[in-house]
Design a protein around this ligand. Structure first.
Ligand SMILES: NC(=O)C1=CN([C@@H]2O[C@H](COP(=O)(O)OP(=O)(O)OC[C@H]3O[C@@H](n4cnc5c(N)ncnc54)[C@H](O)[C@@H]3O)[C@@H](O)[C@H]2O)C=CC1
Ligand SMILES: CC(=O)C(=O)O
Ligand SMILES: [Mg+2]
Length: 374
């Protein structure tokens, strides 16, 4: 198969869909890869590295889109990229469609087949292609929160770990999945007082076992959320209902009960955010203040540590890319139910139930869509 890797064009997005080592594996399996010139330059992957790995280099994105049978990217396609997709072409990337009607419409109009990293599943009920970026974003959430707590950023002027004789900051993490666990681990490592809330009792039990009681756990319900955030210095939003828009768990009215200068880090912003007052921000201008509360809502947090994130992403996506390239998408999603869960859009149809429900489209079962594509 001919695989294309365009340069990412989202604001301050320096990740790239494949590392040179990933290219080498695909080429060794008999595939051809073309990479847009300078796609990885900002993170130290030069065109020379890609050439040595066996890729061809294309000068422009439109050449990559015109030639490739499968496009491997990182971020959801921007409108100009959606318009370069063609019917039947396979797109393998993050999409986050539920909160994004425009992208969904453009993808449907393109006739392309789009597999979203964030809804591919595994046999343990996890999201293996979201997990590496969730690990990165969860860890970054605490760096971001600590920085935003500084006075110059509008924060309360509190040091996460405190110092001997002064209490540490309180960090409340809502959602104890991959983001939440990684955020909690970093916050604990810096000496903060950490509480995690989740709706899953099984998850709370696991967290309690893993951290030996050093992190407090609370069932996520309205009363526990309200009580815990009143006392918090940093609140991390880390909930997910796969494919669906994030539930709003903190209302604007609640903000007046928080400590002035407290920080909300809404990692779930790529699914629309779990705080009513969240709106997506960029690495260039990551925070804003509402009612005295600092909001950090960067929708592509791992882009800030793009070299680490790119390597982590390719580690996870490569086996699936090899399967898609080796079998073709129809056979791959027929054989592998976990890849099938990734199919969000197929030749003008929405094939993910939560996306269809969020945006009011008819849902077409992925296997039916795959059969129709034969
Ligand atoms: N902003 C960014 O750059 C990035 C954002 N993300 C996003 O972070 C979010 C979390 O991702 P993961 O941790 O990988 O998901 P996950 O599936 O591992 O964890 C989500 C957790 O939320 C819990 N949950 C669901 N509803 C809840 C509620 N009402 N109250 C409390 N907990 C609730 C679930 O039980 C689960 O444990 C996703 O929206 C993901 O797309 C991930 C990576 C980067
Ligand atoms: C998960 C995601 O959207 C990101 O890494 O940017
Ligand atoms: Mg995102």
């Amino acid at each position: 198969m001919l695989i294309g890797v365009p340069k990412e064009i989202k604001n301050h997005e320096y990740r790239v869909g494949l590392t040179p080592s990933g290219v080498r594996e695909l080429v060794a399996a008999g595939h051809k890869v073309i990479v847009q010139s300078q796609a990885g330059l900002a993170i130290g992957f030069t065109d020379e590295h890609y050439l040595q790995a066996g890729a061809g280099i294309a000068a422009r994105a439109d050449e990559v889109f015109a030639q490739a049978e499968m496009i491997i990217k990182v971020k959801e396609p921007q409108p100009v990229e959606c318009r370069m997709l063609r019917p039947g072409q396979l797109l393998f990337t993050y999409l986050h469609l539920a909160p994004d009607p425009e992208q969904t419409r453009l993808l449907l109009e393109s006739g392309a087949v789009a597999i979203a990293y964030e809804t591919v599943t595994d046999e343990r009920g996890g999201l293996p292609l979201l997990a590496p970026m969730s690990e990165v974003a969860g860890r970054m959430a605490i760096q971001a929160g600590a920085h935003a707590l500084e006075k110059a950023q509008g924060g309360r002027g509190v040091l996460l770990g405190g110092v001997p004789g002064v209490a540490p900051a309180r960090v409340v993490v809502i959602g104890g999945g991959v983001v939440g666990l990684n955020a909690a681990r970093m916050a604990m490592g810096l000496g903060a007082d950490v509480t995690i809330l989740d709706k899953s009792l099984a998850r709370l039990k696991e967290i309690d076992m893993v951290f030996g009681g050093r992190i407090k756990t609370l069932m996520s319900n309205a009363a526990n959320i309200e009580d815990s955030i009143r006392e918090a210095d940093v609140i991390v939003g880390a909930v997910l209902i796969p494919g669906a828009a994030a539930p709003k768990l903190v209302s604007r009215a609640m903000l007046k009960h928080l400590k002035p200068g407290a920080v909300l880090v809404d990692v779930a912003i790529d699914q629309g955010g779990c705080f009513e007052t969240s709106r997506a921000t960029t690495h260039q201008d990551p925070t804003y203040i509402v009612d005295g509360i600092v909001h950090y809502c960067v929708a592509n947090m791992p882009g800030g540590v793009a070299r680490t994130a790119t390597m982590a992403l390719t580690n996870a996506t490569l086996p699936y890319a090899l399967e898609l390239a080796g079998k073709g998408w129809v056979q791959a999603v027929t054989d592998n139910e976990h890849l099938r869960h990734g199919l969000n859009v197929c030749r003008g149809k929405v094939t993910h139930a939560a996306v269809a429900q969020a945006l009011g489209y008819d849902y077409v079962e992925p296997l039916a869509a795959a059969r129709a594509a034969y």
